[in-house]
Write a protein of this length. Structure first.
Length: 386
């Protein structure tokens, strides 16, 4: 049994796979040891077999959605889009005319600081894209109110929110927004609990006990099978599509360059073409189709799309030659470039024995023919059949 899975969950049917399970790093590369979703789930509702399966113990806290580097748990209704739709009316001109300043969000363990405060299960369930969208809509300041994270069952959300705020600050600096619009307050919920009247009103309004409406499920849909990877490759994931929609209206700064950080969901890939074996591992394993390759005559080129890359680093981890890295700086405008850019140009030729295509620099024979000793009996110019 996977660590973190409780016995109650093991007795239930663990057969519901997220709709985008094909993006899971463990499914795409069996040697990968990613366990982020299991580690952040407070209910032990996720099992890896080898990819993720979600049990009925799921409480829709949303932490797996923000934690997964390849957006496996993003459902048909993206949580950030849902939340931006809820805050839109609150930021309308009529609402602002009432002299209400900014916007308040609170987690379910926090005491709301305003009557129009928006409830979420955990602040760790929101992303940098939502924070960017909220400030772009006019939430200045955007005040997030949290309870006592140290005693909360969703305490893993504290680190996730830290990553989201870092992404917001990075993009706000090149998006022409105030990076200081974000505020954090700690206001634990009253220990006396919620009154019976408040609980009744919450039920009437279709909300949870702490005023939180139904949160979208973490990418699971029992009525449809898991998607085929070919359906989504080359198209932005739900979270990235939302970000691209926000950035298309950006007023870029004069220097839209960002330092690369492993925890942020973007990067500019590079390949050491002098040592690349052209094996295609990176192309085959990329969860989003951000890496492609083309052959034009005797030249092979790898193409990279910054608009699709989520910086999951599976390509880097799985590369057998260890020739993949990321540029120290990333141009934020690459997120909006539709056409992938070439990052290698490698000259090819055929093995003189079997005809397998290989980089010209590797010599006359492929590694397979060398290991099988075929080169010792090969007559130059002769074509051997195998």
């Amino acid at each position: 049994m996977e660590p973190g899975i409780n016995t109650a969950a093991s007795d239930r049917v663990l057969s519901t796979a997220p709709a985008f399970a094909h993006r899971c790093k463990r499914l795409r590369h069996r040697q990968n040891e990613c366990r982020i979703c299991v580690e952040v789930c407070p209910e032990g509702a996720i099992k890896l077999d080898p990819g993720p399966l979600v049990s009925e113990d799921c409480t829709r806290c949303g932490l797996c959605q923000t934690a997964c580097p390849t957006e496996v748990f993003q459902g048909e209704v993206h949580s950030d889009q849902c939340l931006l739709g809820r805050i839109g009316p609150l930021l309308a001109a009529a609402w602002r005319a009432a002299a209400v300043q900014g916007l308040f969000l609170h987690c379910r363990e926090a005491e709301p600081q305003h009557r129009d405060s928006v409830a979420v299960p955990c602040l760790g369930a929101i992303t940098g894209s939502f924070l960017l969208g909220a400030t772009a809509l006019g939430a200045n300041p955007l005040t997030l109110v949290r309870g006592d994270c140290s005693s909360c069952r969703l305490r893993a959300g504290e680190a996730l929110y830290g990553k989201a705020s870092a992404a917001h600050r990075a993009l706000a600096s090149v998006f022409g927004l105030d990076g200081t619009a974000l505020r954090m307050e700690q206001r634990p919920r009253n220990a006396r609990g919620t009154s019976a009247r408040r609980k009744f009103l919450a039920r009437v309004l279709g909300q949870g006990e702490h005023g939180s409406p139904e949160w979208p499920a973490p990418g699971t849909d029992a009525t449809r099978p898991c998607r085929d990877a070919t359906e989504e490759n080359g198209r932005p994931t739900p979270g990235r599509a939302l970000l691209l929609g926000l950035l298309r209206g950006a007023r870029w700064s004069s220097a839209p360059s960002l330092p690369y950080e492993a925890d942020l969901p973007w990067g500019r890939m590079r390949i050491d073409q002098n040592n690349c074996a052209t094996c295609g591992t990176c192309v085959n394993l990329c969860p989003t189709g951000a890496i492609t390759r083309r052959i034009d005559g005797d030249r092979l080129s790898h193409h990279f799309s910054g608009a699709l890359c989520l910086n999951c680093r599976l390509c880097q981890e799985a590369c057998p030659q260890q020739v993949i890295s990321f540029e120290p700086h990333f141009d934020a405008r690459d997120l909006l470039r539709d056409e992938p850019r070439p990052i290698t140009r490698i000259r090819l030729h055929g093995c003189e024995i079997c005809g397998e295509t290989l980089p010209e620099r590797e010599g006359r024979y492929c590694i397979t023919c060398q290991r099988r000793g075929r080169t010792e009996t090969h007559a130059p110019g002769a074509a051997a059949a195998f």
